[in-house]
Design a protein around this ligand. Structure first.
Ligand code: HEM
Length: 395
């Protein structure tokens, strides 16, 4: 079967917008991914996305950021600051796991660290299942573990979350509650629209599991990379950055790290019909199209000195600073605003996004790399993520 790899910025943007290119990355990961938003196509995708998009309207995350995101970030960081040390990978996951569970609609009845750890364990296993195509282990063994994790997740978290929401929806139906008193999360949206969407219990379970892992790994990895790039930049001879708390500057730093280290370095599609891209590239029907997001984000035709980390760089007006890190077209990341905020110049009111809030809180608390214990890459990931990143906090 023919494969075409696109690594030019314009080609990838054009390919994202092609309706005849269908998601092709997760067939092997069906145990977790079958019928999830990210693998649906055409009308099915449109209807599901419309229902789930309602939660992700611009105002929602502006409200979250104003009301509680700062506190979530600071509260999660506090025990590490008090202890004088921590690991950015752990700090990242602890912060985003609970936020992602809120978005998915997975309750944590006790709000305990043990629950967060359990969700983290599930999210890691679901992610391993989703990317089964890349596994270096025995696929059957991974599948058995993923099935067991899904069953355990269902009993311990999902069923109680469904029961609570169904009771609330019943009270809405009898007029005891108003619309605004229902939780604003994916699970509630699916339960309320299950007939229109044609989703059964299995699909609901997979969609919640998918959200848990899609939101957490990407955000936690973006945080670790952003912190590392920032520390390296600030430590350069002659740097005047210091311990900045300027939100707009830190947001530029986060976007620049996302450009250089996109959480998903490639996207993959299959051509349902013959396609000709604007550049003239011909894609015959049936071709597998690999979109090299990391490569396209280093395209010198768009990004001057593309390999250099320069948060203050100029970018063309029609190019986001993060390049293709949040994807594009029909599957463009639904969590862009939660994770990345809204670029400061685009709007009067600033929405910094979770990663920038996390980076700001880390710097404000005096966090810096532990000089006695250097960070290490994750040996089990081909994706140059950090496996551990020890930091110390200056009192
Ligand atoms: C820095 C953080 C993040 C990055 C870099 C990121 C990246 C991406 C990318 C590249 C895609 C498209 C994949 C493709 O086209 O094959 C995507 C889709 C998606 N992301 Fe994110 N993501 C992030 C955070 C989040 C968060 C916080 C959530 C939710 C809580 C989320 C939920 C989703 C969903 C549901 C989709 C599928 C959308 C669709 O198919 O219509 N992501 N993300």
């Amino acid at each position: 079967m023919q494969t075409i790899t696109l690594d030019r910025y314009a080609d990838v943007r054009d390919a994202f917008r092609q309706h005849d290119l269908r998601q092709d990355m997760y067939d092997a990961g069906g145990l977790v991914m079958a019928d999830c938003l990210l693998v649906l196509h055409g009308a099915e995708h449109r209807v599901r996305r419309r229902v789930e998009n309602r939660l992700f309207r611009r105002g929602t995350f502006r409200h979250w950021e104003r009301e509680f995101l700062h506190d979530v970030v600071r509260d999660t960081l506090r025990p590490f600051v008090d202890a004088g040390r921590g690991d950015l990978v752990e700090i990242g996951y602890r912060t985003v796991m609970n936020l992602t569970a809120m978005v998915a609609g997975v309750d944590r009845p006790h709000g305990s660290p043990e629950e967060t750890d359990a969700l983290y364990r599930f999210a890691k296993k679901f992610s391993e299942g989703a990317t089964l195509v890349h596994t270096t282990r025995d696929p059957a063994e991974v599948q058995a573990e993923v099935s067991a994790a899904l069953a355990e997740f269902d009993v311990s978290f999902l069923q109680p979350s469904i029961a609570r929401r169904q009771a609330l929806i019943a009270r809405l139906d009898t007029g005891e509650l108003t619309e605004s008193e229902l939780p604003r999360d994916v699970l509630t949206a699916l339960l309320r629209n299950r007939d229109e969407l044609g989703v059964d219990d299995d699909v609901i379970r997979r969609e919640c599991a998918f959200y848990l892992q899609a939101g957490s790994h990407s955000t936690a990895n973006a945080f670790t990379h952003a912190a590392h790039d920032y520390f390296t930049w600030a430590a350069q001879p002659g740097s005047t950055v210091g311990a900045t708390t300027d939100g707009a500057l830190l947001q530029h730093c986060v976007y620049e790290s996302l450009r250089l280290h996109p959480a998903s370095p490639v996207a993959q599609r299959r051509a349902l019909a013959p396609i000709t891209l604007r550049s003239g590239t011909e894609i015959p029907e049936g071709t597998v199209v690999v979109m090299d997001l990391a490569g396209a984000n280093r395209d010198a035709a768009v990004f001057d000195r593309p390999l250099e980390y320069d948060p203050l760089r100029e970018v063309p007006d029609d190019v986001p600073r993060w390049g293709h890190a949040f994807g594009g077209g029909m599957h463009a990341c639904i969590g862009t605003e939660l994770a990345g905020g809204v670029p400061s110049s685009e709007d009067g009111e600033q929405v910094l996004g979770t990663v920038t809030l996390m980076l700001g809180a880390l710097i404000e608390a005096g966090g810096r790399p532990d000089p006695a214990d250097p960070a290490e890459r994750d040996p089990h990931s081909a994706r140059e993520h950090f496996g551990r990143y020890p930091v110390v906090f200056d009192a």
